[in-house]
Design a protein around this ligand. Sequence first.
Ligand SMILES: [Zn+2]
Length: 97
Amino acid sequence: MQKKNYEQIKQEFHQRQTYQIIAIAIALFVVMLCAVMYKRPGVLGEYSKASLFSVQIATIAVFLIFTAYNWRCPVCSKSLGADINKRGCKKCKTRLR
Ligand SMILES: [Zn+2]
């Protein structure tokens, strides 16, 4: 890995963090929307439980794939784990913010 300066690392981490928060918000919204549509059919049209469930599974799958791609250390590219407010990378010990 070639050296990036600390400002670049911080900036890249911040961008990844922003994308991650947006992805979580969208995923939660879609999953909850499906739950609401199931509980209250007729609000936004009627859908079968199976199709709403498929949408939820697909959303979670896309979210996980996106996370695997996005939520990585800008320096060593290792996954950053479940903590959205990571202070540093566990693998390469780089400070991220
Ligand atoms: Zn790292």
